[in-house]
Design a protein around this ligand. Sequence first.
Ligand code: NAD
Length: 318
Amino acid sequence: MNILITGGAGFIGLNFVYHLLKTTLYNITVIDSLTYASHPKEIRKLTSHSRLRFIKGNIVKEKDIETVMDQEYEAIIHFAAESHVDKSIQNSDKFVQTNIIGTYQLLQQLLKGYVKKMIHISTDEVYGRLNPTDQPFTETSPLSPNNPYSATKASSDLLVRSYYETFQLPLITTRCSNNFGPFQHIEKFIPTIVYNAFYNYKIPVYGDGLQIRDWLFVEDHCKAISLILEKGIYGEIYNIGGGNERRNIDVVKQILKIMGRSESLIKYVEDRKGHDRRYAINSSKLQNELGWNQTSDFNQSLENTIQWYIDYLERTFL
Ligand code: NAD
């Protein structure tokens, strides 16, 4: 069975490649343009595996996509995206290109019939912000993105929806909460804290630090995607939440404690523009209809993740 993974050199994509190599016999093709957020060495190292093929390519460019369409695929798992909210606020151009036009290009390939289905990986950020006492978002909550990143993801979700409704293409969308685990770029929340704490640098915390995020361990996310690949229903959307709502400041303090660092490293900085106060999603559809369950313990997974970054920093920078 041939599977095409877009963005397979990035954080979640790379974890998913490892997950598939470990748990299946699929032949995997990865297309990734190797942006700053990717892991070129890691993905090139993996090409020594007989079931993995890597092609450097940009999903915005039709020619690059056609290069990988030299065989039929059982599925595309579409992770490739520009994913950092702060960068989208500075300049949204690449976000519009990759997240919207890139998704459109892939949908066009499905129309040509080279691919049997596509799982489009989206985000809980498309639902916008929740107040502290609101119920978590469900798949039918309205889309209400508040920053350019989430707006481009919401746009791609709507394109996917329209291609399902108009052409009855075999498409499924997933919306996950904040992931954590190995291979995330150092610019993101948990790696930034670990990196700064490791070097005893100040740790920037946006606003009052009371924003709430629902943390999902990347391995649980990968298992959910595998299940959806196997049993997901076309045209459906599945929320994948962590069930671990935490205030940002509490996560910072927990990491400092695990790393034996002082809370005096915390430095409150001006809040991000359009910063959503709380995200939380309800995953009961995935649990009840497909039987997914989160198996990782948040505290243990966080400790393992911190250790992974410490090992990485020691290997790479010392
Ligand atoms: P990432 O930024 O770590 O990785 C993205 C990968 O896509 C990189 O390897 C990059 O080189 C590649 N890429 C970017 N533009 C490309 C292009 N034009 N052509 C080909 N490859 C390109 O992102 P991530 O955190 O792994 O996120 C993966 C997906 O999951 C994204 O769609 C994101 O919106 C979604 N998501 C992530 C999170 C999270 O917590 N990380 C949460 C919700 C949803």
